[in-house]
Design a protein around this ligand. Structure first.
Ligand code: PLP
Length: 397
């Protein structure tokens, strides 16, 4: 089909042309001085994105690798890990933990809201022997579109007086929803390249704390490729212990520059605005947003519930066939029942309206009962925001 494909799944996301061009480079000597300068730049720049002054480890791996790294670097075989069933990604992280020889406990969730600080605090208070060694939470649960209150969960752990480590997955929120590794007292933050960072898949991250580094000293799980020790040692000079994904690092360098040029606060505002505009469209169509908590709606994606008896995957196929647009599938417990609209990464108002236009026309073509006017509702919101000076750059122009 002519024109660009609309890749509106919640990751991987659209890669900006500027990032693609930055990666269009010859392979290089990763032990040479040219690489060293790049290595130093990205290792320092990525800290700003995580809002941390502590080291961030960069792996040539998908996000799943960084999940594994966070666990093997801090825990020992048989350790008990408390996790919260926010949705499919929490369930996958739990499964991975079990395969590594950890014991897990799942606080049950309803897949329509994020991890609850009270439930975590209650469980930790009951753990008087401090058997629980880590609490693992997904910040933006990509299967539901609910965002967990990380600062509140930190307070809940402290209030319980529990020494457990706090591990957080920000793979679909980093660079799109406000996240503060240091200020929120997180011990290991897991990130990935292919969502808010606007890069292709293939890089992932562990942001660390001093407490995480202490835990690393005592951790007994086997590790080699993922071991922070060797990474941190040679990262000091801008190098990596094994061949890094050099071309992706060129892309990362440019992606960090783009995020900081726009300003992180503006990036977060833009995503929040696109989330709100999307929800207004969904409600105007008479459909329900999967996330039920008003304070937890995601700026990176919106999961939409299909009316009873309507197949979300059939609907997605109609949209792909007619408009060359990919929407996200429902995952796990909500497979076939929801579709997900990704509105994160390199994205603007008109791309959102194109996306919502494709969804609205798709609903009509597929014969899904709905009320037209969702795109209108989104336009009214976006133009109203700009009239009110919602985007300072536009107001100044
Ligand atoms: C995408 C995603 C993952 C998985 O990352 P991969 O790069 O596919 O391994 C994990 N957690 C969350 C929250 C995600 O959105």
């Amino acid at each position: 089909m002519p024109g660009r494909h609309f890749l509106q799944i919640p990751g991987p996301t659209n890669v900006p042309d500027r990032v693609l061009r930055a990666m269009d480079m010859p392979t290089m000597d990763h032990r040479g001085s040219e690489f060293q300068a790049l290595g130093k730049r990205v290792l320092s720049g990525i800290k700003v994105i995580f809002q941390t002054e502590k080291p961030v480890v960069i792996y040539p791996a998908s996000g799943t690798g960084a999940w594994e790294a966070a666990l093997v670097n801090t825990l020992s075989p048989g350790d008990l890990v408390l996790m919260y069933e926010s949705g499919q990604f929490a369930a996958l992280w739990k499964k991975l933990a079990e395969k590594l020889g950890l014991r897990t406990e799942f606080l049950s969730g309803d897949w329509r809201s994020a991890a609850k600080p009270d439930a975590i605090s209650d469980r930790l208070k009951a753990d008087t022997d401090h058997e629980i060694k880590a609490v693992c939470v997904v910040h933006n649960e990509t299967s539901t579109g609910c965002v967990a209150p990380i600062a509140e969960i930190r307070r809940a752990i402290d209030e319980a007086g529990h020494p457990a480590l706090f591990l957080v997955d920000t793979i679909s929120s980093l660079g799109s929803i406000d996240y503060r590794h240091d200020e929120w007292g997180v011990d290991v933050t897991v990130g990935g390249s292919q969502k808010g960072l606007m890069l292709p898949p293939g890089l992932s991250f562990n942001a660390l704390s001093d407490k995480a580094l202490d835990a690393h000293e005592k951790s007994g799980l086997a590790k080699s490729y993922w071991d922070w020790a060797e990474m941190l040692l040679v990262n000091k000079n801008g190098f990596f212990p094994y061949t890094p994904a050099t071309n992706l690092l060129y892309g990362l360098d440019t992606a960090i520059e783009m995020l900081l040029d726009e300003g992180l606060a503006k990036v977060f505002d833009r995503h929040a605005r696109h989330g709100e505009a999307t929800r207004r469209a969904v409600r105007a169509w008479g459909l329900d947003v999967l996330c039920e908590e008003e304070s937890q709606h995601s700026g990176s994606l919106t999961a939409v519930l299909m009316p009873d008896g309507q197949d979300a995957d059939q609907f997605r196929k109609v949209v792909l066939d007619h408009f060359n647009m990919s929407l996200g599938a429902g995952l796990g417990k909500v497979a076939g029942k929801v579709f997900r609209i990704g509105h994160l990464g390199d994205f603007n108002d008109l791309m959102l309206l194109g996306t919502l236009g494709g969804v609205e026309m798709g609903l009509a073509i597929a014969g899904v009962p709905h009320t037209p006017g969702g795109v209108r509702a989104a336009m009214d919101f976006l133009s109203g925001q700009r009239r009110a000076g919602g985007d300072a750059k536009v107001a100044a122009a």
